[in-house]
Write a protein that binds this ligand. Structure first.
Ligand SMILES: Cc1cc2nc3c(=O)[nH]c(=O)nc-3n(C[C@H](O)[C@H](O)[C@H](O)COP(=O)(O)O)c2cc1C
Length: 229
């Protein structure tokens, strides 16, 4: 009997140790200094609080946000939903024509602009400072862009997909941006946040604000935040 009690106690200790090691990483601020290398985001949570069906049913465009910042965990989870790598061959959360992966995803916050690096689930800083007023101006003055604590910017490099699919590539890249944006919208609901997809903007102005590379087209903006009400 005493042996059994000892075995149960040992098992409990092992379970506690394993559980404590599986805790999500503590939240930490995003890098803000130029010259810092890419910084890994916290590992995405493998499960959320609500079902996919509930997220679909609850999704509604939200255009007014409180100033409350998003946590690094939330930013990471939203970027993972857009383009996170989900297997050892490099496939991602969103489908891609021929796995050519033409999308480039940026996070715009009050602190700056970062480019998402899917392979390392990391962020590379592009520029510091609050560019949301410039981004909102590029989006015809839309208040959701100016007030959201995070704007996910989805750009596309058509030549990556055109190398395989020629003149069908432009269509494929636009479709792919829709997949990635919908993933962000649903992830926002799952995190109890609000979001809206934005297609009305000046392409070149958005490209300039996020410091896009040559060959990147600005395709979609998704402001995300805590709904105001
Ligand atoms: C391609 C596309 C572009 C959109 N562009 C904008 C936009 O520029 N600004 C905006 O406030 N909403 C925009 N929306 C959101 C729609 O207005 C919204 O989805 C629609 O009113 C339906 O409401 P719901 O999203 O709450 O279901 C866009 C939606 C799509 C699919």
């Amino acid at each position: 009997m005493r042996v059994l009690a000892a075995a149960v106690a040992a098992l409990a200790v092992i379970i506690l140790v394993v559980m404590s090691q599986a805790r999500p990483l503590p939240d930490r601020p995003l890098p803000t200094a130029h010259g810092e290398g890419p910084v890994a985001l916290p590992s995405p949570a493998p499960a959320g609080a609500i079902s996919l069906e509930e997220a679909l049913a609850r999704r509604r465009s939200v255009r007014a946000f409180t100033p409350r910042a998003l946590s690094t965990n939330e930013v990471g989870q939203l970027l993972w939903a857009a383009q996170g790598v989900t297997d050892s061959r490099g496939h991602r959360t969103a489908p891609s024509a021929g796995a050519t992966y033409p999308l480039e995803v940026y996070a715009v916050t009050p602190e700056g602009v970062w480019r998402y690096l899917p392979a390392g689930h990391a962020l590379a800083i592009v520029r510091t400072g609050d560019v949301r007023p410039d981004l909102a101006a590029a989006a015809l003055g839309q208040g959701a862009v100016a007030s959201a604590p995070l704007v996910v910017v989805i750009n596309g490099v058509v030549t990556r997909t055109a190398a395989r699919y020629g003149s069908r590539a432009e269509r494929y890249v636009w479709l792919e941006a829709g997949h990635a944006a919908q993933n962000v919208l649903l992830e926002a609901v799952a995190l109890d946040l609000g979001a809206v997809p934005i297609g009305a903007f000046d392409d070149d102005a958005v490209r300039a604000v996020v410091g896009a590379s040559a060959g990147e087209d600005a395709l979609y903006l998704v402001p995300v935040g805590h709904p105001a009400q």
